[in-house]
Design a protein around this ligand. Structure first.
Ligand code: EMZ
Length: 394
Protein backbone atom coordinates (compact mmCIF):
# COMPACT_ATOMS: atom_id res chain seq x y z
CA UNK A 1 0.00 0.00 0.00
CA UNK A 2 1.16 3.50 -0.74
CA UNK A 3 2.24 5.87 1.95
CA UNK A 4 -0.94 7.83 2.54
CA UNK A 5 -0.44 11.35 3.63
CA UNK A 6 2.39 13.01 1.77
CA UNK A 7 1.25 12.62 -1.82
CA UNK A 8 -0.32 15.18 -4.10
CA UNK A 9 -2.59 12.49 -5.53
CA UNK A 10 -3.90 11.31 -2.16
CA UNK A 11 -7.46 12.51 -1.68
CA UNK A 12 -8.58 11.72 1.87
CA UNK A 13 -12.23 10.92 2.61
CA UNK A 14 -13.57 13.64 4.93
CA UNK A 15 -16.97 11.95 5.29
CA UNK A 16 -15.95 8.54 6.71
CA UNK A 17 -16.85 9.01 10.35
CA UNK A 18 -20.11 10.87 9.71
CA UNK A 19 -21.11 8.32 7.08
CA UNK A 20 -20.59 5.39 9.42
CA UNK A 21 -22.01 6.89 12.56
CA UNK A 22 -24.89 9.12 11.36
CA UNK A 23 -25.17 8.69 7.61
CA UNK A 24 -25.64 12.39 6.97
CA UNK A 25 -24.09 15.81 7.41
CA UNK A 26 -25.67 19.25 7.68
CA UNK A 27 -24.42 22.24 5.72
CA UNK A 28 -25.38 25.90 5.75
CA UNK A 29 -25.62 27.44 2.29
CA UNK A 30 -26.84 31.04 1.82
CA UNK A 31 -29.61 30.58 4.43
CA UNK A 32 -30.89 27.52 2.61
CA UNK A 33 -29.42 24.54 4.52
CA UNK A 34 -28.64 21.19 2.97
CA UNK A 35 -28.84 17.71 4.48
CA UNK A 36 -26.05 15.75 2.83
CA UNK A 37 -26.70 12.03 2.41
CA UNK A 38 -23.47 10.14 2.77
CA UNK A 39 -24.22 6.43 2.34
CA UNK A 40 -24.31 4.78 -1.08
CA UNK A 41 -27.60 3.04 -0.30
CA UNK A 42 -29.38 6.26 0.73
CA UNK A 43 -27.89 8.21 -2.16
CA UNK A 44 -29.18 5.67 -4.68
CA UNK A 45 -32.59 5.35 -3.08
CA UNK A 46 -33.10 9.12 -2.94
CA UNK A 47 -31.85 9.63 -6.50
CA UNK A 48 -34.50 7.19 -7.72
CA UNK A 49 -37.34 8.72 -5.73
CA UNK A 50 -38.13 11.74 -7.90
CA UNK A 51 -41.69 11.96 -6.60
CA UNK A 52 -40.40 12.82 -3.12
CA UNK A 53 -37.09 14.49 -4.02
CA UNK A 54 -37.49 16.95 -6.88
CA UNK A 55 -35.09 18.44 -9.40
CA UNK A 56 -37.59 20.66 -11.22
CA UNK A 57 -37.60 23.48 -8.65
CA UNK A 58 -36.36 27.11 -8.70
CA UNK A 59 -33.43 27.17 -11.18
CA UNK A 60 -30.10 26.90 -9.38
CA UNK A 61 -31.51 25.59 -6.11
CA UNK A 62 -30.46 21.94 -6.49
CA UNK A 63 -26.87 23.02 -7.06
CA UNK A 64 -24.75 23.36 -3.92
CA UNK A 65 -23.68 26.13 -3.48
CA UNK A 66 -27.05 27.37 -4.69
CA UNK A 67 -27.03 29.40 -7.90
CA UNK A 68 -30.46 30.95 -7.31
CA UNK A 69 -28.91 34.41 -7.04
CA UNK A 70 -26.99 34.22 -10.32
CA UNK A 71 -29.32 32.60 -12.80
CA UNK A 72 -32.95 32.37 -13.83
CA UNK A 73 -32.64 29.98 -16.73
CA UNK A 74 -33.50 26.40 -15.98
CA UNK A 75 -30.74 24.04 -17.04
CA UNK A 76 -32.11 21.21 -19.17
CA UNK A 77 -32.53 18.32 -18.58
CA UNK A 78 -31.09 18.22 -15.09
CA UNK A 79 -33.51 20.71 -13.49
CA UNK A 80 -36.58 18.75 -14.54
CA UNK A 81 -38.50 15.71 -13.30
CA UNK A 82 -40.25 12.88 -15.13
CA UNK A 83 -42.33 12.74 -17.24
CA UNK A 84 -41.08 16.08 -18.68
CA UNK A 85 -37.48 15.10 -18.04
CA UNK A 86 -37.87 11.82 -19.91
CA UNK A 87 -38.82 13.54 -23.16
CA UNK A 88 -36.02 16.15 -23.08
CA UNK A 89 -33.42 13.62 -22.04
CA UNK A 90 -34.45 11.27 -24.85
CA UNK A 91 -34.09 13.98 -27.46
CA UNK A 92 -30.52 14.72 -26.28
CA UNK A 93 -29.30 11.13 -25.90
CA UNK A 94 -28.25 10.38 -29.46
CA UNK A 95 -26.26 13.61 -29.80
CA UNK A 96 -24.40 13.03 -26.53
CA UNK A 97 -23.60 9.45 -27.58
CA UNK A 98 -21.67 10.62 -30.66
CA UNK A 99 -18.36 10.00 -28.82
CA UNK A 100 -18.99 6.30 -29.51
CA UNK A 101 -18.46 6.93 -33.22
CA UNK A 102 -15.04 6.12 -34.72
CA UNK A 103 -14.60 9.50 -36.47
CA UNK A 104 -15.25 11.35 -33.18
CA UNK A 105 -12.67 9.14 -31.44
CA UNK A 106 -10.11 9.73 -34.16
CA UNK A 107 -10.63 13.50 -33.97
CA UNK A 108 -10.28 13.47 -30.18
CA UNK A 109 -7.16 11.29 -30.32
CA UNK A 110 -5.69 13.89 -32.70
CA UNK A 111 -6.37 16.75 -30.28
CA UNK A 112 -4.98 14.87 -27.29
CA UNK A 113 -1.92 13.81 -29.21
CA UNK A 114 -1.12 17.41 -30.23
CA UNK A 115 -1.56 18.66 -26.67
CA UNK A 116 0.66 15.96 -25.18
CA UNK A 117 3.26 16.56 -27.85
CA UNK A 118 3.34 20.23 -26.92
CA UNK A 119 3.64 19.66 -23.15
CA UNK A 120 6.44 17.16 -23.73
CA UNK A 121 8.19 19.75 -25.86
CA UNK A 122 7.79 22.43 -23.21
CA UNK A 123 9.04 20.00 -20.56
CA UNK A 124 7.48 21.55 -17.48
CA UNK A 125 3.96 22.96 -17.55
CA UNK A 126 1.27 24.14 -15.18
CA UNK A 127 -1.23 21.35 -15.82
CA UNK A 128 -4.52 23.05 -14.84
CA UNK A 129 -4.21 26.01 -17.21
CA UNK A 130 -1.88 24.67 -19.89
CA UNK A 131 -3.25 21.16 -20.29
CA UNK A 132 -6.50 20.36 -18.47
CA UNK A 133 -8.40 23.57 -19.35
CA UNK A 134 -7.13 23.41 -22.93
CA UNK A 135 -8.07 19.76 -23.35
CA UNK A 136 -11.51 20.26 -21.80
CA UNK A 137 -12.22 23.23 -24.07
CA UNK A 138 -10.84 21.71 -27.26
CA UNK A 139 -12.70 18.44 -26.66
CA UNK A 140 -15.91 20.42 -26.14
CA UNK A 141 -15.67 21.73 -29.72
CA UNK A 142 -16.21 18.12 -30.85
CA UNK A 143 -19.19 17.64 -28.57
CA UNK A 144 -20.78 20.84 -29.88
CA UNK A 145 -19.54 20.26 -33.42
CA UNK A 146 -18.11 23.76 -33.79
CA UNK A 147 -14.69 24.90 -35.12
CA UNK A 148 -11.65 24.22 -32.94
CA UNK A 149 -10.87 27.94 -32.80
CA UNK A 150 -13.92 28.50 -30.54
CA UNK A 151 -11.97 26.79 -27.76
CA UNK A 152 -9.71 29.84 -27.44
CA UNK A 153 -12.66 31.96 -26.29
CA UNK A 154 -13.69 29.40 -23.68
CA UNK A 155 -10.13 28.96 -22.41
CA UNK A 156 -10.17 32.69 -21.69
CA UNK A 157 -13.03 32.17 -19.21
CA UNK A 158 -10.89 30.10 -16.82
CA UNK A 159 -11.80 26.88 -15.04
CA UNK A 160 -15.30 27.68 -13.79
CA UNK A 161 -17.94 29.72 -15.56
CA UNK A 162 -19.75 30.81 -12.40
CA UNK A 163 -16.82 31.09 -10.00
CA UNK A 164 -13.73 33.20 -9.94
CA UNK A 165 -10.86 33.31 -7.52
CA UNK A 166 -12.16 34.24 -4.10
CA UNK A 167 -15.77 34.36 -5.28
CA UNK A 168 -17.95 31.25 -5.15
CA UNK A 169 -20.71 32.87 -7.20
CA UNK A 170 -19.67 35.53 -9.66
CA UNK A 171 -22.67 36.98 -11.50
CA UNK A 172 -20.56 39.10 -13.84
CA UNK A 173 -18.73 36.03 -14.95
CA UNK A 174 -21.98 34.13 -15.45
CA UNK A 175 -23.25 36.87 -17.76
CA UNK A 176 -20.25 36.36 -20.06
CA UNK A 177 -21.45 32.81 -20.64
CA UNK A 178 -25.11 33.82 -21.09
CA UNK A 179 -24.23 36.59 -23.57
CA UNK A 180 -21.98 34.25 -25.50
CA UNK A 181 -24.68 31.58 -25.75
CA UNK A 182 -27.22 34.21 -26.84
CA UNK A 183 -24.94 35.31 -29.66
CA UNK A 184 -24.35 31.74 -30.78
CA UNK A 185 -28.09 31.07 -30.83
CA UNK A 186 -28.60 34.20 -32.97
CA UNK A 187 -25.95 32.97 -35.37
CA UNK A 188 -27.51 29.53 -35.60
CA UNK A 189 -30.92 31.09 -36.24
CA UNK A 190 -29.55 33.20 -39.09
CA UNK A 191 -27.43 30.46 -40.55
CA UNK A 192 -28.33 26.98 -39.33
CA UNK A 193 -25.45 24.51 -39.46
CA UNK A 194 -24.57 21.10 -38.07
CA UNK A 195 -23.70 22.34 -34.60
CA UNK A 196 -25.57 21.58 -31.37
CA UNK A 197 -27.28 25.03 -31.28
CA UNK A 198 -28.78 24.50 -34.73
CA UNK A 199 -29.78 20.92 -33.96
CA UNK A 200 -31.53 22.01 -30.76
CA UNK A 201 -33.29 24.93 -32.45
CA UNK A 202 -34.78 22.41 -34.89
CA UNK A 203 -35.70 19.84 -32.20
CA UNK A 204 -39.17 19.23 -30.89
CA UNK A 205 -40.57 18.46 -27.43
CA UNK A 206 -44.05 18.80 -25.96
CA UNK A 207 -45.46 18.84 -29.50
CA UNK A 208 -43.57 22.03 -30.55
CA UNK A 209 -40.04 23.17 -31.37
CA UNK A 210 -37.78 24.03 -28.43
CA UNK A 211 -37.96 27.61 -27.26
CA UNK A 212 -34.91 29.84 -27.27
CA UNK A 213 -34.90 29.71 -23.46
CA UNK A 214 -34.86 25.91 -23.54
CA UNK A 215 -32.00 25.79 -26.04
CA UNK A 216 -30.12 28.18 -23.84
CA UNK A 217 -30.84 25.95 -20.81
CA UNK A 218 -29.29 22.92 -22.51
CA UNK A 219 -26.26 24.93 -23.63
CA UNK A 220 -25.63 26.45 -20.19
CA UNK A 221 -25.63 22.98 -18.67
CA UNK A 222 -23.30 21.68 -21.39
CA UNK A 223 -20.82 24.48 -20.73
CA UNK A 224 -21.06 24.66 -16.93
CA UNK A 225 -21.62 21.06 -15.87
CA UNK A 226 -18.70 19.55 -17.71
CA UNK A 227 -16.10 22.19 -17.02
CA UNK A 228 -14.44 22.20 -13.58
CA UNK A 229 -15.45 18.54 -13.17
CA UNK A 230 -13.58 17.45 -16.31
CA UNK A 231 -10.65 19.76 -15.57
CA UNK A 232 -10.28 18.26 -12.09
CA UNK A 233 -10.57 14.71 -13.41
CA UNK A 234 -7.80 15.35 -15.96
CA UNK A 235 -5.48 17.10 -13.50
CA UNK A 236 -6.00 14.57 -10.71
CA UNK A 237 -5.41 11.62 -13.05
CA UNK A 238 -2.11 13.16 -14.16
CA UNK A 239 -1.06 13.72 -10.53
CA UNK A 240 -1.92 10.08 -9.79
CA UNK A 241 0.11 8.70 -12.71
CA UNK A 242 3.02 10.99 -11.88
CA UNK A 243 3.18 9.51 -8.39
CA UNK A 244 2.53 5.92 -9.51
CA UNK A 245 4.87 5.40 -12.47
CA UNK A 246 4.36 1.63 -12.40
CA UNK A 247 0.69 2.25 -13.24
CA UNK A 248 1.66 4.39 -16.22
CA UNK A 249 3.99 1.58 -17.23
CA UNK A 250 1.14 -0.89 -16.93
CA UNK A 251 -1.12 1.24 -19.14
CA UNK A 252 1.68 1.21 -21.68
CA UNK A 253 1.91 -2.58 -21.61
CA UNK A 254 -1.83 -3.20 -21.35
CA UNK A 255 -3.70 -0.28 -22.92
CA UNK A 256 -6.87 -2.37 -22.81
CA UNK A 257 -7.00 -1.73 -19.03
CA UNK A 258 -7.58 2.02 -19.60
CA UNK A 259 -11.39 1.73 -19.48
CA UNK A 260 -11.36 0.21 -16.00
CA UNK A 261 -8.72 2.69 -14.87
CA UNK A 262 -10.98 5.58 -15.89
CA UNK A 263 -13.86 4.21 -13.78
CA UNK A 264 -11.61 3.82 -10.75
CA UNK A 265 -10.12 7.30 -11.08
CA UNK A 266 -13.63 8.75 -11.34
CA UNK A 267 -14.69 6.80 -8.25
CA UNK A 268 -11.69 7.87 -6.24
CA UNK A 269 -11.58 11.52 -7.27
CA UNK A 270 -15.36 12.00 -7.61
CA UNK A 271 -15.19 15.22 -9.65
CA UNK A 272 -18.61 16.41 -8.49
CA UNK A 273 -18.99 16.31 -4.70
CA UNK A 274 -22.77 16.28 -4.60
CA UNK A 275 -26.03 17.33 -6.24
CA UNK A 276 -29.16 18.48 -4.48
CA UNK A 277 -32.85 17.67 -4.49
CA UNK A 278 -35.79 19.42 -2.83
CA UNK A 279 -38.25 17.48 -0.67
CA UNK A 280 -41.80 17.53 -2.07
CA UNK A 281 -43.45 16.83 1.31
CA UNK A 282 -42.47 16.32 4.94
CA UNK A 283 -40.57 13.04 4.90
CA UNK A 284 -37.66 11.16 6.44
CA UNK A 285 -34.29 10.04 5.12
CA UNK A 286 -31.73 8.03 7.02
CA UNK A 287 -33.96 8.28 10.13
CA UNK A 288 -33.78 12.05 9.92
CA UNK A 289 -36.85 14.25 9.49
CA UNK A 290 -36.84 16.30 6.30
CA UNK A 291 -39.29 19.18 5.91
CA UNK A 292 -41.22 19.91 2.73
CA UNK A 293 -39.32 22.35 0.48
CA UNK A 294 -35.99 21.80 2.23
CA UNK A 295 -32.85 20.64 0.46
CA UNK A 296 -31.00 17.34 0.61
CA UNK A 297 -27.89 16.45 -1.35
CA UNK A 298 -26.72 13.18 -2.83
CA UNK A 299 -23.07 13.08 -1.89
CA UNK A 300 -21.44 11.10 -4.69
CA UNK A 301 -17.99 11.67 -3.22
CA UNK A 302 -18.93 10.07 0.09
CA UNK A 303 -20.97 7.25 -1.46
CA UNK A 304 -17.94 6.35 -3.59
CA UNK A 305 -15.92 5.60 -0.44
CA UNK A 306 -18.63 3.51 1.22
CA UNK A 307 -16.85 0.45 2.60
CA UNK A 308 -20.04 -1.59 2.59
CA UNK A 309 -19.73 -1.73 -1.22
CA UNK A 310 -16.10 -0.88 -2.06
CA UNK A 311 -13.29 -2.96 -0.62
CA UNK A 312 -10.37 -0.77 0.47
CA UNK A 313 -12.33 2.32 -0.60
CA UNK A 314 -9.48 4.73 0.08
CA UNK A 315 -7.08 2.99 -2.25
CA UNK A 316 -6.91 3.44 -5.99
CA UNK A 317 -7.22 -0.07 -7.46
CA UNK A 318 -6.99 0.64 -11.18
CA UNK A 319 -8.31 -2.77 -12.19
CA UNK A 320 -11.04 -2.89 -9.55
CA UNK A 321 -13.34 -5.71 -10.65
CA UNK A 322 -16.68 -4.51 -9.28
CA UNK A 323 -17.05 -0.78 -9.45
CA UNK A 324 -20.65 0.43 -9.15
CA UNK A 325 -19.51 3.98 -8.41
CA UNK A 326 -21.79 7.00 -8.62
CA UNK A 327 -19.15 9.43 -9.86
CA UNK A 328 -21.41 10.27 -12.80
CA UNK A 329 -24.50 10.39 -10.62
CA UNK A 330 -27.17 7.71 -10.52
CA UNK A 331 -30.59 6.97 -12.02
CA UNK A 332 -32.40 8.93 -14.73
CA UNK A 333 -30.32 12.07 -14.10
CA UNK A 334 -26.97 10.32 -14.55
CA UNK A 335 -24.43 12.44 -16.39
CA UNK A 336 -25.42 13.15 -19.99
CA UNK A 337 -21.82 14.04 -20.83
CA UNK A 338 -20.38 10.84 -19.37
CA UNK A 339 -19.71 9.16 -22.74
CA UNK A 340 -17.68 12.17 -23.81
CA UNK A 341 -15.92 12.56 -20.44
CA UNK A 342 -14.97 8.86 -20.34
CA UNK A 343 -13.54 9.07 -23.83
CA UNK A 344 -11.52 12.19 -22.98
CA UNK A 345 -9.98 10.49 -19.94
CA UNK A 346 -9.34 7.18 -21.67
CA UNK A 347 -7.67 8.88 -24.62
CA UNK A 348 -5.58 10.94 -22.22
CA UNK A 349 -4.39 7.84 -20.31
CA UNK A 350 -3.45 5.86 -23.41
CA UNK A 351 -1.76 8.85 -25.08
CA UNK A 352 0.27 9.65 -21.96
CA UNK A 353 1.29 6.00 -21.69
CA UNK A 354 2.48 5.93 -25.29
CA UNK A 355 4.32 9.30 -25.24
CA UNK A 356 5.53 9.92 -21.71
CA UNK A 357 7.97 7.80 -19.69
CA UNK A 358 7.49 9.47 -16.31
CA UNK A 359 6.10 12.69 -14.88
CA UNK A 360 7.44 14.65 -11.93
CA UNK A 361 5.36 16.93 -9.79
CA UNK A 362 7.17 20.07 -8.75
CA UNK A 363 4.95 22.39 -6.79
CA UNK A 364 1.24 22.59 -6.40
CA UNK A 365 -1.61 24.35 -4.64
CA UNK A 366 -4.59 22.24 -3.62
CA UNK A 367 -8.17 23.20 -4.30
CA UNK A 368 -10.34 22.42 -1.29
CA UNK A 369 -14.09 22.82 -0.85
CA UNK A 370 -15.53 23.59 2.57
CA UNK A 371 -18.85 22.02 3.43
CA UNK A 372 -19.51 22.86 7.08
CA UNK A 373 -17.67 20.29 9.14
CA UNK A 374 -16.24 18.69 5.98
CA UNK A 375 -13.24 19.97 4.06
CA UNK A 376 -12.81 18.12 0.79
CA UNK A 377 -9.89 18.22 -1.60
CA UNK A 378 -11.27 18.28 -5.16
CA UNK A 379 -8.21 19.06 -7.21
CA UNK A 380 -5.59 21.73 -7.68
CA UNK A 381 -5.57 25.44 -8.34
CA UNK A 382 -2.24 24.85 -10.02
CA UNK A 383 0.23 22.01 -10.31
CA UNK A 384 3.58 22.19 -12.03
CA UNK A 385 4.56 18.91 -13.71
CA UNK A 386 7.56 17.86 -15.77
CA UNK A 387 6.78 15.46 -18.61
CA UNK A 388 9.66 13.18 -19.57
CA UNK A 389 9.33 11.81 -23.10
CA UNK A 390 9.50 8.16 -24.01
CA UNK A 391 12.77 7.81 -25.91
CA UNK A 392 11.32 6.45 -29.17
CA UNK A 393 9.07 9.51 -29.44
CA UNK A 394 11.38 12.46 -29.00
C1 EMZ B 1 -24.60 22.92 -13.04
C2 EMZ B 1 -23.85 21.76 -12.49
C3 EMZ B 1 -24.21 20.50 -13.20
C4 EMZ B 1 -24.14 24.21 -12.38
C5 EMZ B 1 -23.71 18.21 -13.27
O1 EMZ B 1 -23.51 19.45 -12.66
O2 EMZ B 1 -22.45 21.99 -12.61
C6 EMZ B 1 -21.97 23.14 -11.92
O3 EMZ B 1 -20.59 23.24 -12.11
C7 EMZ B 1 -22.65 24.37 -12.47
O4 EMZ B 1 -22.20 25.50 -11.75
O5 EMZ B 1 -24.78 25.31 -12.96
O6 EMZ B 1 -24.38 23.02 -14.43
Amino acid sequence: MDNYSDKASTFPDPFGLARETRGFGEVEDQNDPVLMLLRLKDVRKTARDWQSFRSGVTPGRIVVPSEVSIRQTRQIPFEMDPPEHTEYRALLESWFRRPQQPDYQIALAGLVSELIKSVVQKGTVEVVSELALRLQSQALTLLLNVPLAEAETWIGWGTHVFRSEGEALDSQKASILYDYIDQQIDKALQQPGEDLYSVLLASRAQGRTLTREEVSGVMILTFAGGRDTVINAITNSIAYLAEHPHQLERLRREPETAGKAVEELIRYFSPLTHMGRVAATDTEVCSHAVRADSRVSLCWASANRDASTFENPNEVVLDRALNPHVGFGFGHHNCLGATHARLVLKTLLTTLASRVSTMEIHEYEENNEDWGEFRRKVGFHRIQVKFNPLQQNN
